[in-house]
Ligand binder design. Structure first.
Ligand code: HEM
Length: 465
């Protein structure tokens, strides 16, 4: 017995030495990227959270170059700060990097949401979402988005101080509901809103299932959301009414084998799209207000462009903005693009290497997190001169390829980008032509929640002109 034990021990020893030699040879051939892994386990997490994350990343970018390693929240990571590297991970070698999210977040949104997946299931859902959010589909929403924008602005334009971010979140939520359900009964909308807010609170909290914690309340509210969504789905199936919106697309999209999506798959994707749509769009909208407020000359030229559209609408006696009008706003459109560049709402994204990958002589080991740093690319003076200046005129020329990625790139690029831009154009039109506003409180400062927004959500007063 003892003899077998010894043989086994020697076998393990030989195996370990062998794997050490293989890994040493591999690592010699392809070294790890430069950078510091920080403290054991926590790595550089404290440094990241104790300062402005942009400074954290840009410091290391300057120190180590376009590719560097670190350790965050217990995970070894490789950060990539060049357009070529981002394209490598997100586009040309996307099959080597899978999306990765903490389990606690997956449980709240629902594991069947498309952005947690790769391969056939992801592609199938993505095609449906892309079709329903394409310019051809969303042009039918212009009048409804306009109604939502006008009633949102009217509700806060009485001179009271409002938290602009909260108000913009209400607006982007309503548009998200419209894009998903078309017209939805008020009682369903209210129930969805109430439970969604609890889920959202839990999403950004510490994930403990201790009774009464934000996270455990969120899990309960998430179950309620599933129930409400299943009810709406069965009502829609019964009524067989043709509504615009994602839900109708999900319900009428069997795959090539005739298999329909399950109610749970549809519910997870509805919650997923709402999550992807709401805070991102609201953050971009509040930055537009901030940048226009800080650049009076620009504000005047956007106003002139939008007033010209109002005059045109008066002549044509059209009550509503049309899709064509929204395509004839060159200055406002450039303001939207520059806002997306400068604010870089999604500063970076996460993937995980599914096998050892070599990039420019460096090894990205299997299982490591990989982070393309969009913001660093958007702030690089080689691609955007004087990058800290808010200058929409830079978009008179198209940016260099792969340098402008506010909506990501490749197989997971944002399918809602046209809708988000449409929302920004429509609400800016009404804000600029019918309202004036004044920012209250600090003029500078950013908070991350997790997206960057002006400090305290940009408290401001709005008045109807
Ligand atoms: C200014 C607003 C928005 C910004 C900045 C934004 C940004 C992004 C980015 C960067 C990604 C890619 C993430 C990655 O590669 O990991 C993404 C994905 C996604 N976005 Fe957006 N987004 C916005 C608005 C919207 C809207 C309005 C919708 C839907 C109505 C939407 C739905 C989605 C979905 C479903 C995905 C996942 C796509 C996939 O995995 O295939 N987004 N978004």
């Amino acid at each position: 017995m003892e003899k077998y034990g010894l043989v086994f021990y020697v076998f393990i020893l030989v195996l370990s030495v062998f794997s050490y030699i293989v890994s040493a040879t591999r690592n010699k051939k392809h070294k790890l990227p430069p950078g510091s892994m920080g403290w054991p386990y926590i790595g550089e997490t404290l440094q990241l959270y104790s300062q402005d994350p942009n400074i954290f990343f840009s410091d290391r970018h300057t120190r180590y170059g376009e590719i560097f390693k670190s350790r965050m929240l217990g995970y070894p990571c490789v950060m990539l700060a060049s357009p070529e590297a981002a394209r490598f991970v997100l586009v040309t070698h996307a099959n080597l990097f899978k999306p990765t999210y903490p389990k606690s977040k997956e449980d709240l949104i629902g594991p069947a949401a498309l952005f947690f997946h790769q391969g056939d299931y992801h592609l199938r859902l993505r095609k449906v979402v892309q079709r329903c959010l394409s310019p051809e589909a969303i042009r039918n929403f212009v009048a409804d988005i306009e109604d939502i924008a006008v009633s949102a602005l009217d509700s806060w334009a009485d001179g009271q101080v409002v938290n602009t971010f909260h108000e913009m979140k209400k607006f982007s939520f309503e548009v998200g509901i419209l894009a998903i359900f078309g017209h939805l009964e008020d009682h369903h909308k209210e129930e969805l809103k109430r439970n969604y807010c609890i889920v959202e609170k839990g999403y950004n909290s510490f994930p403990t299932s201790f009774p009464g914690s934000s996270y455990s309340n969120a899990l309960k509210a998430r179950k309620m959301l599933s129930k409400i969504l299943c009810k709406i789905i069965s009502e829609r199936k019964e009524k067989k009414t043709a509504e615009n919106g994602l839900l109708s697309c999900f319900l009428s999209s069997p795959n090539e084998n005739g298999i329909s999506l399950t109610e749970n798959q549809i519910a997870d994707n509805i919650i997923g799209v709402l999550f992807a749509a709401q805070d991102t769009t609201a953050s971009a909208l509040i930055w537009i207000i901030k940048y226009l407020h800080d650049n009076l000359k620009l504000l005047e030229s956007v106003k002139a462009e939008q007033k010209a559209i109002c005059r045109q609408l008066n002549v044509e006696e059209t009550r509503h903005l049309t899709w064509r009008n929204t395509r004839e706003m060159p200055i406002t459109h450039k303001v939207v693009l520059e806002t997306l560049r400068k604010s870089s709402i999604i500063s970076f994204t996460f993937r995980e290497a599914v096998e050892d990958v070599e990039y420019k002589g460096y090894l990205i080991p299997k299982g490591w997190k990989v982070m393309p740093l969009f913001r660093n690319i958007h702030q690089n003076p080689d691609f955007f001169s004087d990058p800290h200046k808010f200058d929409p005129s830079r978009f008179e020329k198209a940016p260099k390829p792969n340098t402008f990625m506010p909506f990501g790139s490749g197989v997971h690029a944002c399918p809602g980008n046209e809708l988000a831009k449409l929302e920004m154009l429509i609400i800016t039109h009404h804000l600029i032509t019918k309202f004036r506003w004044e920012v209250v409180g600090p003029e500078s400062g950013i908070q991350y929640g997790p997206f960057p927004v002006p400090i305290h959500g940009l408290p401001a007063r709005f008045w109807r002109q």
